[in-house]
Design a protein around this ligand. Structure first.
Ligand SMILES: [Zn+2]
Length: 261
């Protein structure tokens, strides 16, 4: 382990990366803190990643062994898709995390941030035959945009990357059967928003199913219409304000701004 903010070579990480990479590091560290704040972490398990700006074959991943609420911009590990550590923060990388995130980032040039969780609602839905159902307005955002990936054991076999790529296809999220959830987004803030909402969709579905009542689902045409409306509004000028990212950062800053170091 190295001194706070320094690489294994003893120099400050901030001085060894581009301003764009530093910004991405701060965003990704904030994402880890937000996942912890909203109870979606799993001790030192699971992982969130971001592609390094200007280096399509490199990405940032958590320092394995740190809790999500301890992660900082400097402690993130930079690796390439071959598994080489490019900038060592003194921590190892989780092998399953490397497999999953390198698979998605190699397979999808439009994706720059990937998030994977083991939340109780996500794992519960992942163990159901039906997966995510179109039950609410929130779920319309994911209508026909979620793939499924069958469980193969811990994702330490690099061969699984091809099947992860195939099962994600051009979709926005994956239910990793008997395991958890994954979202793939163009940016860190979009990954945060997708993950937060997907988690909520899973919670609502479980609550609705647990009533034992017959479930009412909007028609396919309504869900399609709703999805298209959401797509139009998310590409509009106010979309950045509506996702709540800056408000969440202010929440973090008020309590503990150390993620940005
Ligand atoms: Zn996992």
């Amino acid at each position: 382990m190295t001194a706070t903010g320094t690489a294994a070579n003893g120099k400050p990480i901030k001085d060894q990366v581009s301003p764009e990479e530093w910004r991405t590091r701060v965003d990704l560290a904030a994402f880890y803190r937000l996942v912890a704040k909203h109870g979606m972490d799993d001790l030192v398990g699971t992982h969130l990643s971001a592609r390094v700006p200007g280096h399509p074959d490199q990405f940032l991943l958590n320092p394995y062994g740190q809790l999500f609420n301890q992660i900082t911009a400097s402690s993130l590990v930079k690796v390439d898709v071959e598994g080489n550590t490019i900038l060592d923060s003194g921590y190892p990388v989780n092998a399953a995390g490397f497999t999953i995130h390198s698979a998605v980032l190699m397979g999808r040039s439009d994706v720059n941030s990937v998030a994977h969780t083991h939340t109780i609602p996500g794992m519960a839905i992942s163990a159901t035959e039906a997966g995510i159902l179109p039950l609410t307005q929130n779920s319309a955002r994911f209508y026909q945009r979620v793939g499924t990936h069958d469980y193969e054991g811990p994702a330490t076999d690099l061969d699984e990357r091809q099947r992860l790529q195939r099962d994600l296809g051009d979709k926005d999220a994956l239910v990793l059967r008997n395991h958890g959830l994954l979202v793939a987004s163009p940016s860190v803030r979009q990954a945060w928003s997708a993950l937060y909402n997907l988690e909520k969709v899973c919670k609502v579905q479980l609550m609705a199913q647990s009533t034992g009542e017959e479930l009412i689902m909007p028609s396919e045409s309504i869900m399609r219409h709703c999805y298209e409306q959401m797509q139009r509004s998310s590409s509009g000028g106010n979309s950045q304000r509506r996702d709540g990212w800056e408000s969440q950062l202010r929440l973090l800053d008020r309590d503990d701004a150390s993620y940005a170091h």
